[in-house]
Design a protein around this ligand. Sequence first.
Ligand code: SF4
Length: 301
Amino acid sequence: MSILFDDFKSWKAYCAEKDVPLFQPVMEYEGAQKGRGEAEIRQGLMQAWVVMKEAVQTGFTDDMKSRSGMIDNGGKKVKNSPITVLSPEFQMLIARALSAKEVNACMGRIVAAPTAGASGILPGVLVTLQELHGVSDEKMVECLLVSAGIALIIEKNASIAGAVGGCQAETGAAAAMGSGALVYALGGNITQVFNAVAITIQCMLGLICDPVAGLVEVPCVVRNASAAAIAYSSAQIAISNVDSVIPVDECVQAMGEIGQSMETKYKETALGGLAATLTGNAIAKKVLIHDIEIIDEEGNN
Ligand code: SF4
């Protein structure tokens, strides 16, 4: 099997025909690609899951201040805030997504699922899922396989990279992965899982990639939190049998079409959007001078 599936429709048809759960063909694909058995694949995914959980914890315990100064312990601040705007569970979801992504901004260990820029979304979504619903680690491995299948199809028909398709492709894909995994873990059927993916994409479409100073910090970290929230809202909508109306494959096509027509300045070049604001430019200048000073110091050593 050189590719998994061309689209979500084929994935669904395959599972219906063979009467297998959604994760099964992804497991087979991974086995064929890497020449590994099921036990080894499960073990590798379990390690990834442990790293995701650790990233959330690291963000809560270690000092999360980035070299640029733009990131300053946001996850901890949200976790410890005495003001809860919605519910303690929502507060923790946001705190966890921020926390894991801040670990990436501070050069810590994360799982790039699907990319480093979006590395707070799945940990935020899945750690919260486990906490709220007592989902086992073994089931989490299946969730990761379902997420991977979702990412593979998005990558094939649109993109998962900000430099290619804007932030909709990066945080959007991660949110779709999280949302589909949520519905899968909570016992949703395939239609509901794919509706969750479709609804998530509908909510993320058009988002540009505009990292301030070219660093994956602002707005990336807060977008990880909002994407995690969208993953939850979409999962709630889909598992309640609300139809996405536009089928998931067409949503992915729309994402690809928008990504292709997006101007280069909105594709990780730091030439547009927030990166091109007065403050964004001033920060970029400061970061550049700082880096030149460091290079100079190293050069003098
Ligand atoms: S703004 Fe760009 S760099 Fe930042 S998370 Fe989105 S896609 Fe990644």
